[in-house]
Design a protein around this ligand. Structure first.
Ligand SMILES: Cc1cc2nc3c(=O)[nH]c(=O)nc-3n(C[C@H](O)[C@H](O)[C@H](O)COP(=O)(O)O)c2cc1C
Length: 237
């Protein structure tokens, strides 16, 4: 039977994957990914939690250059649209950011959501239909972390038209694309998010995002010790 507890080495491994995972756009190499590695990280994704155990995901592996070219075209169009929503100097900064690695990564992967799988009655999805989509996001994160442990970089591209994605990948009407990912070996995993290095945004302190008992409550007697610990900011990053 599997032990209930992680030993220190196992814990260190998990936290290392979490803290050193990056969204990768600029550091892909042309090296291909072993099929065994792809299989392992897909298996990790498939073991994600899902509402009512509905496993509403599918994974579409993409190598074809023509498909990628179409997706890249959609990116370019949507990226231009996005840049029109902001003014200089933010606009020029935005346009200087590298926000995808569609053509230069080893493979692309689209993770989709099928709301009809094991439905329409899915335990836990009756009040919050979005729980289906949340489940697919859990699969994405499992894959992202497993890939990091395997030394594979992952970049999520959401500056895309879902309509164009559906056309390019022959998705049936009821299937919703959730994540379009670029995967590959990398020259490096940056220490910080690219958007932080570029001065776009920085990581908030944990203390900025935790409330106690009620929205916006920053002080609460039941939580004194943890308030102190969080203020000391034990963040690895
Ligand atoms: C739902 C989602 C969509 C994202 N879309 C994009 C994207 O279109 N282009 C991009 O460069 N990064 C994208 N990212 C990556 C984020 O910018 C990145 O996660 C964030 O800046 C923090 O960096 P890190 O992942 O390296 O920690 C996306 C991330 C998520 C979770």
């Amino acid at each position: 039977m599997m032990s209930n507890n992680f030993n220190q080495t196992e814990k260190d491994g998990l936290y290392k994957a979490i803290f050193s995972r990056r969204d990768v756009r600029s550091h892909f190499t042309s090296e291909s990914i072993d099929d065994e590695i792809i299989t392992r990280i897909l298996t990790a994704a498939h073991h994600a939690p899902s509402v009512g155990f509905s496993q509403p995901w599918n994974f579409i592996l993409i190598k074809d250059q023509e498909t990628r070219r179409k997706i890249k075209e959609s990116f370019s169009l949507e990226n231009k649209k996005a840049s029109k929503l902001i003014e200089d100097p933010k606009k020029s900064k935005y346009l200087s950011l590298k926000l995808e690695g569609i053509l230069e990564s080893a493979i692309n992967l689209c993770i989709t959501y099928d709301p009809t799988k094991f439905g329409p009655f899915v335990i836990g999805r009756t009040s919050i239909p979005e729980a289906g989509i949340y489940s697919v996001c859990c699969a994405v994160q499992n894959l992202w972390l497993a890939a990091r442990a395997e030394g594979i970089g992952v970049g999520w591209v959401s500056i895309l038209s879902n309509q164009e994605l559906k056309k390019a990948l022959d998705l049936p009407d009821h299937i919703i694309p959730i994540a379009y990912l670029c995967l590959g070996h990398v020259t490096e995993f940056a220490e910080k998010p690219d958007l932080e290095t570029e001065g776009w945004l920085s990581r908030l302190q944990l203390d900025d995002v935790v409330y106690y008992e009620k929205w916006n409550e920053k002080q609460n007697m039941n939580w004194e010790k943890i308030q102190e610990l969080i203020k000391e900011n034990l963040d690895y990053a």
